[in-house]
Design a protein around this ligand. Structure first.
Ligand code: GRF
Length: 205
């Protein structure tokens, strides 16, 4: 059941879930009008984000991926998302590639957050990659998910200067602060729906 035409978010995570918490806090504070979290799904039973979600009174479930063929696992996850009438999926530290089949089930309705200014430093440990490369500015990116890794059209980016005093941990912490702002902004933009994607460019109207 969807109360009052609210849009249902489905959060996928694998770990601590700080981006999930930031999204949930934004919703509770009325900063993402029209959104509710319908379900939180983890592919790992030991993800702290699952417990956090349950403590907040949200539906949280585990669909373990270990040892499963990618698309077979994705079919379980998609079934759960559809059962909860999810309109928009937010990958929030979901450490598993989605199969092309999964992506095709929800065209332009899957978002991901990545801790670098894409297209720089896709893949794992992006903050460390950026730090080791010696960039002076890094940041984070919220983007639509397509069939390629860390690749779809960009919705929001936030920059973070790299300070001389930084190490890779302090840089990652400051990027995370910006992630927590960027994700809610991006969800708000997508749910509001006043944009089109022209080529790779998201243009707001
Ligand atoms: C974040 O850095 C996010 O950008 C990346 O995975 C991390 C997840 O952190 N995709 P958390 O579980 O949201 O705290």
């Amino acid at each position: 059941m969807k109360p009052n035409g609210l849009k249902n978010l489905g959060i996928l995570l694998s770990g601590r879930g700080s981006n999930f918490v930031a999204i949930a806090d934004s919703i509770d504070a009325g900063r993402i009008p029209g959104a509710r979290i319908a379900v939180v799904i983890s592919n790992r039973a030991d993800a702290p984000g699952v417990e956090t979600a349950r403590k907040r009174g949200l539906n949280a479930l585990v669909s373990a991926s270990k040892g499963k063929e990618r698309e077979a696992h994705d079919r379980e996850v998609v079934a759960a998302l559809k059962k909860h009438n999810v309109d928009l999926i937010c990958l929030a530290g979901y450490m598993r590639l989605l199969s092309p089949w999964f992506v095709r089930q929800f065209p332009q309705r899957i978002l991901n957050i990545h801790p670098s200014l894409l297209p720089a430093f896709p893949g794992l440990e992006a903050q460390q990659q950026a730090f080791a490369y010696g960039v002076k500015v890094s940041g984070c990116t919220v983007h639509f998910v397509d069939e390629e890794l860390d690749h779809g059209a960009i919705i929001v980016q936030k920059t973070v200067p790299v300070l001389d005093s930084d190490d890779e941990h302090t840089l990652a912490e400051r990027i995370l602060e910006q992630e927590h702002k960027a994700y809610s902004e991006a969800i708000g933009i997508v749910l509001e729906g006043k944009f089109e994607v022209v080529g790779r460019r998201l243009v707001r109207s």
